[in-house]
Design a protein around this ligand. Structure first.
Ligand SMILES: Cc1ncc(C[n+]2csc(CCOP(=O)(O)OP(=O)(O)O)c2C)c(N)n1
Ligand SMILES: [Mg+2]
Length: 385
C-alpha cells in the first residue's frame, strides 16, 4: 500500500501521498460536482497494491456495518428503558442509537488517510467515524452498553462516544457543534506548530446552523489544518434537506468563503479515499482548510426505533442497489480478489462483533460513587469566570 497509513497503526508517520487507485478501478463517478477537479497527475498503483488497499477499506466498512447491525439489535427495547414502555424488557443499549448504515464509505475512505495522532470530531451518528479512526471494538461496545470498561467509562454512550487515545474528540448530540471544536483543535495545533490535521464530520443538516459559517470562516481566515467532511445523506433527521436549504448546497457555501474542495460519490469508497487523500495532502502542505462533500444515503431511520414510514420505499430500495459494500465487493472481484476472500472478511467482522457483544454484556457497571468523576471539576473553579 502507499503512504496512506492506517489510523490504527501506532506511531505512523506522515509520508509522501500515495498514488491514486482510480486508474486501476475505473472512472470516478461524480467526483467534483460543484468544485473544479484537480488534474490526476499521480501515477497509477499496480493492481496488487490497489487490491490490498481496497481490501482494507472493505474490511473497515464491514466492521462498521457489523457493529451497527449488532448495536441495533442490542438496543431493542432501549427506548422502553427510558421509561416510555415499562412492560418491555430493558435493552443492552439504552437510549437513542443513531445508525450510519449506508454511509460507511465516507468514514472508511476519509480515515484511511489519517494517522493515529490526527484528530477527528463527529456527529450524533459517530460509530463509523470512531471505528475508522482506530478505536477498539470492545471498549466501544462497552461504552454503548454503559459499562465501566467503555471508552468513556460508560458515561458517554452511543451519542457522546469519544476516544482520545486515537484522536477521536467526540461524537456530539448538538447538530454542528463538532465544527467549532474541530476548528479550535486545529487552531491549537497551529499555535503549537504541530503537524496533525483535524477531520471534521458533519451532516447536510448542519450547514444550516450558525457554527458552520463561524467555523469555516475562522478556519479559512487563520488557514487552519481542517478537512471539513459533509456527509450529505440528503436528509436532516426526518426532513429532506434540500427544500430547507438556500443556494447551491454545502460545497458552494464553503467555496464562497474560499474553502476549496471536491464533491464525490460518498458510496464509492475509492472516490472518497482518493479525494480525501488529495485534500489532506494539500492541508498537510500548509494549504489551509479543505472541504469534502460526500453524497450518500442513510438506509435507516433517524434513530433506531424510527422505521421511517415517511420515506418512499422505492427510494430506499433504489438506494440499497448502491450499497457501498456491494460496490466495493464488485470492484474487489474485478481486481482479482476471490469471493471467498471477501466472504471471509464479512465473517471475521461478524465474529469480532459477536465476541465484543459477549464481553460488553459481561462487563461491570460503573460504581455509583464514581458518577461525577471526570465530569465535574472537583478541584475547584478554574481561573476563568
Ligand atoms: C442544535 C440542534 N438542533 C436540533 C437538533 C435535533 N436534531 C437531531 S439530528 C437533526 C438533523 C441533523 O441533520 P444532519 O446533520 O443531516 O444529520 P442526519 O440526520 O443526516 O444524521 C436534528 C435537527 C439537535 N440535535 N441539535
Ligand atoms: Mg443528513
Amino acid at each position: 500500500m502507499g503512504a496512506a497509513r492506517h489510523a490504527r497503526e501506532p506511531g505512523a508517520v506522515q509520508g509522501a501521498p500515495s498514488a491514486s487507485i482510480v486508474d486501476a478501478l475505473g472512472p470516478k463517478l461524480s467526483d467534483n460536482l460543484s468544485c473544479p477537479a484537480g488534474p490526476e497527475t499521480l501515477p497509477a498503483m499496480d493492481e496488487l497494491t490497489s487490491r490490498a488497499l481496497l481490501l482494507d477499506l472493505y474490511r473497515m466498512m464491514a466492521r462498521i456495518r457489523a457493529f451497527e447491525d449488532a448495536a441495533e439489535i442490542a438496543s431493542q427495547g432501549g427506548v422502553a428503558a427510558w421509561g416510555l414502555d415499562a412492560s418491555a424488557k430493558p435493552a443492552l443499549v439504552r437510549g437513542p442509537l443513531h445508525l450510519s448504515t449506508g454511509q460507511e464509505a465516507v468514514a472508511a475512505g476519509v480515515c484511511q488517510n489519517l494517522q493515529r495522532a490526527d484528530l477527528l470530531t463527529s456527529t450524533h451518528r459517530g460509530h463509523g467515524h470512531t471505528l475508522a479512526k482506530g478505536a477498539q471494538v470492545v471498549p466501544m461496545m462497552c461504552e454503548l452498553f454503559g459499562r465501566a470498561t467503555g471508552t468513556n467509562k460508560g458515561k458517554g454512550g452511543s451519542m457522546h462516544i469519544a476516544d482520545f487515545q486515537v484522536g477521536m474528540l467526540g461524537a456530539n448530540g448538538v447538530v454542528a457543534a463538532g465544527i467549532p471544536i474541530a476548528v479550535g483543535a486545529a487552531h491549537a495545533l497551529k499555535i503549537q506548530g504541530l503537524p496533525q490535521v483535524v477531520a471534521c464530520f458533519f451532516g447536510d443538516g448542519a450547514v444550516n446552523r450558525g457554527p458552520f459559517l463561524e467555523g469555516l470562516n475562522w478556519a479559512q481566515v487563520y488557514q487552519l489544518p481542517v478537512l471539513f467532511v459533509c456527509e450529505d445523506n440528503r436528509i436532516s433527521a426526518t426532513t429532506p434537506t434540500a427544500p430547507m436549504t438556500a443556494g447551491s448546497g454545502s460545497a458552494a457555501r464553503a467555496q464562497s468563503m474560499g474553502v476549496q474542495g471536491r464533491t464525490v460519490d460518498g458510496n464509492d469508497v475509492v472516490a472518497v479515499h482518493d479525494a480525501a487523500q488529495a485534500l489532506i495532502a494539500e492541508i498537510r502542505a500548509g494549504g489551509g482548510p479543505r472541504f469534502l462533500h460526500a453524497v450518500t444515503y442513510r438506509f435507516k431511520g433517524h434513530v433506531s426505533v424510527d422505521t421511517a414510514p415517511y420515506r418512499d420505499p422505492a427510494e430506499v430500495a433504489a438506494a440499497k442497489l448502491n450499497d457501498p459494500l456491494t460496490q466495493a465487493r464488485a470492484k474487489l472481484l474485478a481486481l482479482g480478489a476471490t469471493a471467498a476472500a471477501v466472504d471471509a472478511i464479512d465473517a471475521a467482522a461478524r465474529e469480532e462483533i459477536q465476541s465484543a457483544l459477549a464481553q460488553a454484556e459481561a462487563a461491570p457497571w460503573p460504581e455509583p460513587a464514581e458518577a461525577y468523576d471526570d465530569i465535574v471539576n472537583t478541584a475547584g473553579a478554574g481561573p476563568w469566570h
